[in-house]
Design a protein around this ligand. Structure first.
Ligand SMILES: *Cc1c(COP(=O)(O)O)cnc(C)c1O
Length: 363
């Protein structure tokens, strides 16, 4: 008997495996595996969300107008060139759906975000993975991988899970080196945490080219991951095409309103940023002193590399930390089998990780 068969490519996709949550462990658990903020969202966002609960029977305003306008005000952008989505994941999938099909190729780098291959392959296109240099995207290597079939390049800047970034000059060099019909997707999910003056989130590149989009999210510094809300800024023709396939009510009203309130709470935002920056430096130094390599990060997480010696491996470290309720992210599916990614947590969580790693490396 026959049965429904998925389209070509679908069963080649490796299912996305989320970080451990620590559920099931007894005692206190610090989840440092999903790059969530340790502070939660702005209290104002929670308040607005609760108020929105009294109107759950109404469909949302379909274009997320209030949120697009708030983003426009905040970043000085034309709201008509913004699209909101159920997480930036949804927008990445929209872009793949609009621009990729069988026979097309999309490029991402070796330790790129695992949503990219899913988006590419679910549209029947071919996923092309290129090596990185020092855990960082290499513009020349990306450009060398371009073929007549290339339609799209995914670039997380900063990248997850490595924490590295490309300076604006390099992103521009990438854009200028790509054929003009190739869409460059700059995924700036962690841009809020970057404090380097040679960094540009993508806004300027989108504004000055016809073939680049930037995506952002409320899941990280704004602490609204559970509400699923992200956005894209792009050229008019891309916004028009994506809006044609976007579900007419893809963002819920409570999510939209909470995001507006979160955006307006600059105090909460600055507090999170300052805490993150302080601990990113401290953790990089303290963990580095234990003889572990830490890749310099500009995000809200750090990538820790472990030796291969028995007793000191990343698997053993992961087990050791997990026993103590410290849940980091193992990265085998990111082709980083000897590394763990630690999301920067509360002061208490950060200190506990340093203590545990000190003990682990000393034993
Ligand atoms: C967390 C993350 C996102 C955000 O995803 P949402 O769907 O908006 O929650 C996007 N890109 C990268 C690289 C990320 O790590």
């Amino acid at each position: 008997m026959s049965r429904p068969v998925p389209k070509p490519g679908i069963l080649d996709i490796a299912p996305y495996v989320a970080g451990k949550s620590g559920a099931g462990l007894s005692g206190r658990v610090f989840k440092l595996s999903a790059n969530e903020t340790p502070f939660g969202p702005s209290p104002k966002a929670i308040e607005v969300y609760k108020t929105a609960a009294s109107h759950l029977e109404d469909y949302p305003e379909g274009s997320s107008r209030v949120l697009r306008e708030a983003i426009g005000r905040k970043f000085g952008l034309d709201p008509d060139r913004i699209i909101c989505g159920a997480g930036s994941d949804e927008i990445l999938n929209f872009l793949a759906h609009v621009y990729l099909g069988p026979g097309d190729e999309a490029i991402h780098t070796a330790h790129g975000f695992l949503v990219y291959p899913i988006a590419t392959m679910s549209n029947g296109a071919t996923n092309v993975i290129v090596p990185e240099t020092d855990f960082t995207a290499n513009v020349d290597v990306i450009l060398k991988a371009v073929t007549p079939r290339t339609k799209l390049v995914w670039l997380a800047n900063p990248n997850n899970p490595t924490g590295t970034y490309l300076p604006f000059d390099e992103v521009k060099r990438l854009r200028n080196g790509l054929p003009s019909h190739v869409l460059l997707v700059v995924d700036a999910a962690y841009s809020d945490y970057v404090s380097r003056n040679d960094y540009e989130s993508g806004i300027e590149l989108v504004a000055t080219t016809d073939n680049t989009v930037m995506t952002r999210t409320f899941s990280k510094i704004y602490g609204l991951a559970s509400l699923r809300i992200g956005w894209m800024y792009g050229p008019e023709h891309i916004v028009d095409a994506v809006n044609r396939i976007r579900g007419p009510f893809n963002v819920s009203t409570p999510a939209m309103l909470a995001a507006v309130a979160a955006l307006e709470d600059t105090e909460h935002y600055e507090m999170s940023r300052t805490h993150n920056e302080r601990w990113r430096t401290l953790l990089t130094e303290d963990i580095g002193k234990l003889g572990l390599k830490v890749t310099p990060s500009v995000g809200n997480f750090i990538l820790i590399h472990f030796p291969l010696d028995k007793g000191k491996t990343s698997d053993e470290a992961d087990a050791f930390l997990t026993q103590r309720g410290l849940i980091l992210r193992a990265l085998k599916n990111y082709k980083l089998p000897n590394s763990l990614r630690m999301t920067i947590g509360t002061e208490e969580a950060n200190r506990l990780v340093v203590e545990a790693l000190t003990e682990f490396m000393g034993t």
